[in-house]
Each structure stands twice: as structure tokens, then as C-alpha cells.
Design a protein around this ligand. Structure first.
Ligand SMILES: [Zn+2]
Length: 323
């Protein structure tokens, strides 16, 4: 386990290597592989991660030991061999557990240690671009999981590493001006790395009860996901009692039961969609967007792969936690 000083150094080294992303891509290490990276339809954070891995720019224990930052280059998880890039994302038993997943496109592949460039070359020749994109995203998740283990002592289940790739997170919220009978709804869709996919702000008249506002906002969120054709979505909101009712198998006979049952019937058809509670603190971007909607939106506004200025700082803060 690293001490606090080492942690600070690791972060500063990481940030320094981060500047490499802006360099010109003239010194391609492997034939063809480099071009694949920038063609992949994955978040830029994943492309940059692979690029750094190829250029030995990641702060692995081996790289840190070479620079004198840490004494031991041993992998902190298996404690058996030096922690190289390939070891972390591919050969370590912790990585092998992830690649053994039933949805893995490299499930039966040889997990022996090698240079990361050679591994990437094998992947680019053996996989199609779509499969390569999946592998690149999972590799970054494995890297983040390793960091989480070193810095926070937490180690995510291998199944969650694979399933989190491709699952989108949707935060929603609703604000209400009770006297005016006006609600502001907000919907924010991000990928597993925090990259914004879509944002919606909406107002609706003749809504007087907060519980109805929350449910109408969730209704718009699920229909919005249907319109976008999204396959795997986790809906996160801070309306605890409504979420409990949504996730209950009992029929709801309250006055707002119909809208609740309508949402439930859509969710029933979508096995990879689920609704869960998050604290108000974790839902701040959606909360502020809802306030913005009440003030400035007339009907409905959608931003695709764009972040409205009013929530930019919240998105940036969330992304920093995710990086
Ligand atoms: Zn290991």
C-alpha cells in the first residue's frame, strides 16, 4: 500500500503524462494500431488511456519504481510479479477474472504477460473495431478499479466491471412552483466515464404536487430513452418514496398510481433498465438543471453531447471523481 506522499506523487505523474494527449501523434509505436485508437467510438478518456498505455505513460508500479517514486515494482494485488501496464489490464489474476465474463470477446484468449504494444497489436488483428472498443473500455475500467483499490481500499466485483461498460447513467429531477402549478424537469444521460450523451430540460403546466412532478419527470426520462433507443440505463433520482413505489411489485392505488404503473410497464419490458435512489448531493447537476428549466425554458430543450452552461461545473466535478 502506498503512503500519502506517494499518492500525491502518483497523481502529479499522472497529470504530467496527461499532457501527452495534446502532443502530435507522429511517433506511432505499432503499425496501424494507433489509427484504430482515434477511430474508435469510445469516450476520449478511453482513447487517451490506450494511447498512454502504448506509450508507457501510465503510472504503473514498474514505471513509478523506475522513476524512484516507489521502492517496489510488485503488483499490489497479486504481489507476484512486476506491475506493468499489460499486467494490470490483462495478465493479473484480478484482470483475468474480468475477462472471463460471459460477455467478454476475449474470454478464451491467452493471458500471459507481454509488452502492451504487442498485446494491442494482437487485439487489433484479432478483433473487429466494435469488439476492440469494448476491450478498450473494459481495460480502462480495470485500471480505474486498480486505482480504487490502491487509494480507497475498495475492490469492485469483476462482474460489475464488465457490466458497467455500455451502461448509461441517467439522472433526473423535478422542481415545482406550487402556486403557479408549474414544474421544471431535468434529464441528464452520461456514459460510465461521465461523458455527457444527452441533456433535457422541460417545463409542464398544471402540476401542483411534488410527487406528481417527480413521476412525470421520470416518465419523460423513460420515454426519452425509448426515443434514443438506449439499451442499458440506470435511472438515478433523489425522490426516495417514489422510487420505492416504482420498484415495488404491488399495484399502486394512490391518486397518482396510473402514471406510476405506466412507468413500471415500460421498465418491465426493459430488462437492462433499472431505477435507483441517490442522495440529493449526488444528483446536484440534475437538481440545478431543473431550477434552470423553471426559470428559462418554455417547453422542452434537448442538448446532444453538449453540456448547458448552467450545470457545467457540476459535470466537471463529477467527471473529476470519475477520471
Ligand atoms: Zn497482479
Amino acid at each position: 500500500m502506498v503512503n500519502l506522499v506517494s499518492k500525491v506523487l502518483i497523481f502529479s505523474l499522472f497529470n504530467r503524462s496527461g499532457s501527452l494527449a495534446g502532443e502530435h501523434s507522429g511517433k506511432d509505436g505499432i503499425k496501424g494500431g494507433f489509427h484504430h485508437i482515434w477511430k474508435m467510438e469510445v469516450p476520449v478518456t478511453v482513447k487517451t488511456f490506450i494511447w498512454k498505455a502504448i506509450h508507457e505513460g501510465l503510472p504503473t508500479r514498474k514505471n513509478l519504481a523506475r522513476r524512484g517514486v516507489v521502492d517496489s515494482a510488485l503488483c499490489p494485488i497479486c504481489k507476484q510479479v512486476e506491475e506493468t501496464t499489460c499486467h494490470v489490464v490483462w495478465s493479473c489474476m484480478a484482470a483475468s477474472d474480468v475477462w472471463a465474463d460471459q460477455f467478454s470477446v476475449v474470454q478464451k484468449w491467452d493471458s500471459r504477460d507481454m509488452n502492451f504494444c504487442s498485446l494491442w497489436e494482437l487485439l487489433t488483428t484479432g478483433l473487429c473495431l466494435k469488439q476492440l472498443e469494448q476491450v478498450a473500455c473494459v481495460m480502462r475500467r480495470i485500471w480505474l478499479r486498480q486505482n480504487q483499490f490502491i487509494f480507497e481500499g475498495k475492490f469492485a466485483d469483476p462482474k460489475t466491471v464488465y457490466s458497467s461498460v455500455g451502461t448509461l447513467k441517467l439522472n433526473w429531477d423535478a422542481g415545482i412552483e406550487v402556486e403557479a402549478g408549474r414544474m421544471g424537469a431535468s434529464i441528464l444521460v452520461r456514459d460510465s466515464t461521465g461523458e455527457v450523451i444527452a441533456v433535457m430540460a422541460k417545463v409542464q403546466e398544471s402540476v401542483f404536487q411534488p410527487v406528481l412532478a417527480e413521476l412525470l419527470a421520470l416518465w419523460r426520462a423513460v420515454t426519452f430513452c425509448l426515443e434514443l433507443g438506449l439499451t442499458a440505463v440506470v435511472f438515478e433520482g433523489d425522490a426516495q418514496s417514489s422510487i420505492k413505489e416504482i420498484n415495488s411489485s404491488d399495484e399502486n392505488c394512490k391518486w397518482y398510481g396510473q402514471i406510476l404503473e405506466d412507468v413500471k410497464s415500460i421498465l418491465m419490458d426493459k430488462s437492462s433498465w433499472r431505477v435507483q435512489y441517490v442522495s440529493r448531493k449526488s444528483n446536484q447537476a440534475a437538481h440545478h438543471l431543473g431550477k434552470f428549466a423553471l426559470k428559462y425554458v418554455e417547453d422542452e430543450i434537448v442538448w446532444m453531447e453538449e453540456v448547458p452552461e448552467c450545470i457545467y461545473s457540476f459535470i466537471a466535478a463529477d467527471r473529476q471523481c470519475n477520471a
